[in-house]
Design a protein around this ligand. Structure first.
Ligand code: SF4
Length: 211
């Protein structure tokens, strides 16, 4: 795919949704960190339902530690893998309190030192809470990037690196949100909605289905 096409794709995605946001509910970087940690293999809706009850009671590392492991589990037991997620969040809170003055760190290295925080979670927090132009490549971004030809890659890391290199600067900050939303609602894994897709004429997917 050439630069002009890529620019046109992001121009259209931006025109449709000028200020894209995560669908996870959060007010502070710490809330976002907890929500993203909980969202692995869970829906944003399910996470929002749980955090709507958790955050009014505990939305700081100290408050979560005060709840304790069993107390935290009570709030998140509707979410898949809640046992290990609760353990990771408690351990992460301990590190935040002792090493980071209870603040969420703003570097990838420091974030990925926290239990349960991988590269993707760190990228989401850096981008969405701190405005850094990172690419948190999830299954949706991986699929859309490969199908359209925006950034082809055999694994998420390759797609991440190519997106960072190939996305025109003006779109870098929001690109991952546009691609996630496009993959979640239009370019779905099974039966992509090519007829309703606003970039169908630019997409290079050989199997796109247009009437
Ligand atoms: S045309 Fe189809 S395959 Fe291409 S981006 Fe749109 S929905 Fe996805």
């Amino acid at each position: 795919m050439n630069k002009e096409k890529r620019t046109e794709i992001f121009t259209r995605l931006r025109a449709e949704n000028p200020s894209p946001e995560t669908e996870l509910a959060y007010d502070t970087p710490f809330e976002l960190l907890v929500a993203v940690t909980l969202s692995a293999q869970a829906t944003d809706k399910g996470v929002n339902k749980a955090t709507a009850k958790l955050f009014p009671v505990a939305n700081t590392p100290e408050a979560i530690l005060k709840l304790g492991l069993e107390g935290l589990k009570e709030y998140i037991r509707t979410i898949g893998l809640y046992n290990s997620k609760a353990e990771n969040i408690i351990k992460a809170c301990e590190i935040l309190v002792t090493k980071h003055d209870s603040e969420v760190p703003q570097t990838r290295d420091e974030l990925t030192e926290l239990p349960g925080v991988g590269r993707k979670t760190a990228n989401v927090v850096l981008n969405t809470a701190f405005g850094q132009p990172t690419m948190a490549v999830d299954t949706h971004i991986f699929r859309v990037s490969n199908r359209t030809g925006i950034a082809k890659g055999k694994d998420v890391r390759q797609v991440e690196d190519r997106l960072l290199r190939l996305t025109p600067k003006e779109f870098l900050l929001d690109a991952h949100h546009w691609l996630i939303l496009h993959g979640r609602y239009i370019c779905t894994a099974r039966s992509p909605k090519c007829n309703a897709c606003l970039i169908s004429d630019l997409c290079e997917y050989k199997e796109k289905t247009l009437d």
